[in-house]
Design a binder for this molecule. Structure first.
Ligand code: FAD
Length: 471
């Protein structure tokens, strides 16, 4: 019997798993790829309402294939609009996320052609999976609208969830048409009026995207951003500078305290030369998963509560020309970055009162705004999201979350999720953001391309074994 493989999620992780399965398989497959939107391949990140939304990783590092590092750069250079530009500059540049989406769509189209030649049946299903049931004959996937299907192997490539709502007593505000829980939708920056400021909760990369969106929609009013620390987002300042001296002193088994001591020491060294911490944090990237996996639960907790935001500022940076725009808004008094905690939000007749505790002033302040956009980042505790498929699976005992509720408990060698007793599921896999609890760094193309490649190998090895045993 042909093996039936279901992939939940049509973003980078889901599509690249399918691309690798199609490329590598020698046996016929029935492949279901399930997405909530008909535009497969782009996912949330690479289908933006604005072409000015750019990648936060340079062109040379965005190949979809781990064994072909210049694949995306070569694809870009082959396009007529780039052919006359110097390759070294394009390699270091930050291109439009929509362009990257075009790249993924082209890869997916080519793979569908290859699938036809190899007689692999690929079915794209546009629907939301709402329930997963273990049956003796496979895994049943139930949908919001379509009839259910049964697959032999299922890969959950569900990606980034929307942000959770702020913890305020007035829940009714979340139903307001002036509150936007999903910051990646065009509506949150359309039809804005300048008579009152806008509040953005959070001050990371999504805040920057939202500001660009508001500006593109000719919003001329003031913007407030509130986040716990009010850290200033940083530009890429030391492009091309590589610093590795600290790596010799760092090993996976060291405590978080020892690690921070080594990092502090090297930050002090580079500061003497006018260089900030970012190259030190960048160099840690290949080691972060190993370091994270060896931290104790208490150390992970400490990192999350005390160091995560600092680490995030050094890790998630923006290109200089975008940074300049943000700084200009601040200088012109149009962008105010506050550190604090929202206490409550109420709305009367289109005017929203945001009460927040201002950390600097040490008192509660009230802001009057016309809309609130939630840019606090993807939520990883699935119980905090309404009607959430992964939350439903946890309730049904299919898998469970780590103590910090960062992801799904999974064996990261096999990508198989675990039941609460630690036993691995035999046919249920996951990758990407769902592995954040296990690996910490498991969100960007850099990690996902390796995972999509590896998961395809694992599944095909198992499928071939099953097919052989059926002969
Ligand atoms: C705005 C933004 C910009 C980013 N920019 C970069 C960048 O420049 N470089 C980089 O390396 N990384 C970037 N990232 C990180 C990004 O997470 C990854 O690069 C990658 O896009 C993640 O792909 P994914 O398939 O795991 O998730 P997603 O792209 O989120 O795709 C998951 C898909 O699963 C679908 N889905 C979820 N649940 C269900 C369900 N129950 N039923 C059916 N379908 C479901 C969703 O609708 C979604 O389409 C960015 C992320 C965001 C959000």
């Amino acid at each position: 019997m042909t093996s039936r493989i279901g992939i939940i999620g049509g973003g980078f992780a889901g599509i690249m798993t399918a691309v690798n399965l199609i490329k590598k398989t020698n046996t016929p497959l029935q492949l279901y790829i399930i997405g909530e939107k008909s535009s497969f391949a782009r996912g949330t990140a690479y289908e933006s309402y604005l072409d000015k939304h750019i990648l936060n990783v340079s062109t040379e590092k965005m190949s979809a294939f781990p064994d072909q590092p210049s694949h995306f750069l070569d694809w870009v250079m082959a396009r007529s609009s780039f052919q006359d530009l110097p390759k070294e500059i394009v390699a270091k540049s930050f291109l439009s996320r929509n362009l990257y989406g075009d790249y993924l769509c082209e890869l997916w189209k080519e793979s569908i052609k290859i699938a036809k030649e190899k007689e692999i049946d690929v079915l794209e299903l546009v629907d939301t999976v709402i329930k997963l049931t273990n049956l003796s004959v496979g895994i049943e996937l139930s949908f919001m609208n379509s009839p259910s299907i049964i697959v032999d192997k299922c890969i959950m490539a569900t990606g980034n969830q929307i942000p959770k709502n702020p913890s305020i007593p007035n829940f009714s505000f979340f139903k307001s048409s002036n509150y936007f829980q999903n910051p990646w939708k065009k509506e949150c920056v359309s039809n804005v009026d300048d008579s009152l400021p806008i509040l953005i909760i959070g001050n990371g990369l999504t805040m920057v995207d939202t500001i660009l969106g508001l500006q593109d929609n000719k919003f001329k009013g003031e913007i407030y951003s509130i986040s716990p620390n009010g850290f200033n987002i940083l530009p890429h300042r030391h492009t091309g500078l590589i610093y590795h001296a600290h790596l010799e002193e760092i090993h996976d088994k060291m405590s978080l305290k020892e690690l921070t001591r080594v990092i502090h020491k090297h930050v002090k060294i580079v500061r003497q030369f006018g260089i900030s911490a970012e190259p030190i944090i960048d160099a840690l990237r290949p080691r972060t998963q190993g370091i994270w996996r060896n931290l104790t639960a208490a150390e992970k907790q400490f990192f999350m509560s005390r160091l995560r935001h600092l680490f995030g500022v050094a890790r998630h940076r923006i290109p200089l020309h975008i940074y300049d725009k943000i700084q200009k808004l601040r200088i012109d008094g149009l962008l105010h970055i506050q550190s604090g905690k929202i206490v409550d939000i109420t709305e009367t007749g289109g005017c929203i009162d945001v009460r927040y505790f201002d950390k600097k002033q040490r008192k509660t302040q009230v802001l009057k705004v016309s809309r609130v956009i939630n840019c606090t980042g993807p939520e990883t505790d699935f119980s905090k999201l309404e009607n959430n498929f992964l939350g439903q699976c946890i309730q049904d005992g299919i898998f469970y979350q780590d103590e910090l509720k960062l992801g799904i408990q999974t064996n990261v060698e096999t990508f198989k999720v675990k039941y609460k007793d630690g036993v691995e599921h035999s046919n249920l896999f996951t990758l990407g953001s769902n592995l954040k609890g296990e690996l910490w760094e498991s969100t960007a193309v850099n990690e996902l391309r390796h995972q999509a490649n590896a998961i395809a190998d694992i599944i095909l090895a198992e499928v071939n074994l099953i097919d052989d045993s059926n002969k």
